[in-house]
Ligand binder design. Structure first.
Ligand code: BTN
Length: 264
């Protein structure tokens, strides 16, 4: 698998020598963190056929069966302050959409903040994690999981009604190696313009984000609030007009879109 991905990437790709392939890990993000702490260089890519403890946002599990998807983490060591990287998850989401498009021709959307979506079904997601030394970033890990080959029946019953895969929507059988190679390519391009191209990245994120202009609910702890998603600011925060008339900038919590993932 590694050699297939490398040959798709091409000999001259800057991250070519930094790609690792594992048959099974608990979580590629956890593995990436261990390597980063031991000094692994910028651009180290960890891919696994299967994750036994794949993680998502808000402590959720990301089911990662073998041979079905791409489970990838990359270690970045950006030379900037944490506040310059508020848009990192948005940038990774745009890169993931580019990779999906290049590998399959499909046009994926983004459900704020980090879900990849096609036709109301969740294809995968992004989990970014940062480590700081004082006011500098020591390393950033971008983890991306994309369901590629599942049919509806392959999904666990807990997610079957709203999970999707590239195969369910593409006209041809999807190759996980090709999706992985396109993901590495688009992440490396994103990395080159991460700071200088921030405005352009955020414009593309807004364009792909399906949450804006929709009725939403925001779950924080045990509290649910309802409102209308108005816009996304330059750091990726969601501006919401709540039903009580207040306008708030939302940076955390679970935002559901009315009419999706079972929220009616
Ligand atoms: C989410 O759905 O909230 C984000 C899912 C992120 C899953 C990817 S798979 C590769 C990397 N390793 C993990 O444990 N998580 C991310």
């Amino acid at each position: 698998m590694r050699s297939e991905i490398l040959s798709l990437l091409g000999d001259d790709h800057p991250w070519n020598n930094l790609v690792q392939w594992h048959e099974q890990v608990a979580s590629t993000n956890d593995h990436a963190k261990e390597l980063a702490v031991r000094g692994a260089p910028h651009g180290t890519v960890i891919l696994a056929n299967r994750q036994t403890g794949g993680r998502g946002r808000m402590g959720r599990t990301f089911l990662s069966p073998g041979g079905m998807g791409v489970y990838l983490s990359v270690i970045l060591r950006p030379q900037c302050k944490p506040e310059d990287l508020m848009h990192l998850t948005c940038a990774a989401a745009v890169a993931a959409c580019d990779a999906v498009s290049a590998a399959t021709g499909l046009n994926a959307g983004i459900k704020w903040t980090n879900d990849l979506v096609i036709s109301g079904r969740k294809l995968g997601g992004i989990l970014t994690e940062l480590s700081f030394s004082g006011d500098r970033i020591d390393y950033a890990i971008i983890g991306i999981g994309i369901n590629c080959r599942q049919s509806v029946a392959d999904f666990d019953t807990s997610i079957r009604s709203f999970a999707g895969s590239l195969n369910m929507f593409a006209c041809k059988s999807v190759s996980t190696a090709q999706v992985a190679a396109e993901l590495i390519r688009s992440l490396q391009r994103m990395d080159e313009h991460l700071i200088s191209g921030k405005e352009d990245i955020m414009e593309r994120y807004r364009h792909a984000c399906i949450t804006v202009g929709k009725q939403i609910s925001l779950l924080r702890g045990d509290t649910v609030k309802y409102g209308f998603a108005e816009s996304i600011d330059e750091s990726g925060a969601l501006t919401v007009r709540f039903d009580d008339g207040s306008l708030q900038t939302v940076t955390s919590g679970e935002v559901s879109i009315r009419g999706m993932y079972g929220y009616v």
